[in-house]
Design a protein around this ligand. Sequence first.
Ligand code: ATP
Length: 362
Amino acid sequence: MTSIHLENLEKSFGAFQALKTMDLKIADGEFMALLGPSGCGKSTTMNMIAGMERPTGGRILFDGRDMIDVPMGRRGVGFVFQNYAIFTHMTVRDNLAFGLKMRRLPAADINRRVKQMAEFLQLTELLDKPSAKLSVNILQRLAIGRSAIVEPAIFLLDEPLSNVDAAFRAVMRTELKHLQRQFRQTMVYVTHDQLEAMTMADRIAVMDHGVLQQVGTPLEVYNHPANLFVANFIGAPGMNLIRGSVTEESDEIRVDLGQLGLSPALPQGLAAALRRRKRGDVWFGFRPEQVSIDRTGSGISLPVLFVERIGARTTLHFGAERTLAKAVIDNGEGIEAGKMAPVALASEGVRLFDAETGMAIG
Ligand code: ATP
């Protein structure tokens, strides 16, 4: 196991800054996801950790040791890409054994480890099949096994599941997590898919436009997004964000959400944080699951624009011509588009963001 410190890491391609001063510490044996939209600099960061790209600023430390001049092959790093790198002229067994043979391990050890990895990844029955005959799904599983079998101290995976089908992706999410638990490697996992990051990672580094936006556990980034970008990017659907103005009536701070006709009181901590800053507009954020249908009839009613029933859960879009807010509820019975629905908003979990800076308040 090895810890990684990206110390004020930077990368420019000519005048274009693909990564702007990133400082990130990844602990021994930690599963860190680099998550962000296409082009945000995830692969560039990963390529620098692997030694395929040279940083234009900052340092990369493994267990405190500077890696800048250490070539890729000497960094003790395993790498799996989006496109499986498998020798299709070899059998599954030979592909798994390849890295171990290169390291000149005794044949008995190689056989034992190949058998163990094949069992772990459910490839045992395919061991003597030529790889050329395998499906894309199985090839990617084999690519992961081939890199993992040499037990690199650091395991880097760049969108390894983006070419496999949805059902297989779900299976592989569990298997990869299991693999990392078994071998306790330090894992860095690049993805634009928040579900992958949320389900597998110990912590997530959220990136946008070459800037590290927030680092935290999946629940931290979900419940306490550091800024508007993270609030909107994390969650499916993302956090509802409505611009509002702050009003104070009889000592109670409220945010007036004109378009929605709501004027909710704030939880104490947030109200106190608002009092401490200068007045101004804010973005009022709440998760779709904080909205419930108020069947007591005492809540306010909002117009329903669309209803999406997805199995046990229903997503409601509120608004007149465009969606102003979404709700995810368990029981959508009787709720119809074009009609009003009585709603209640749980104030716990409400977040506020500065309208000028986009940063979380409180
Ligand atoms: P994706 O998921 O689409 O690969 P990403 O977050 O991994 O996105 P990067 O591949 O790291 O993004 O690219 C970040 C930015 O740097 C992009 O705008 C990309 O066009 C640019 N970039 C990457 N490599 C080079 C290069 N060799 N020369 C010039 N620009 C590059």
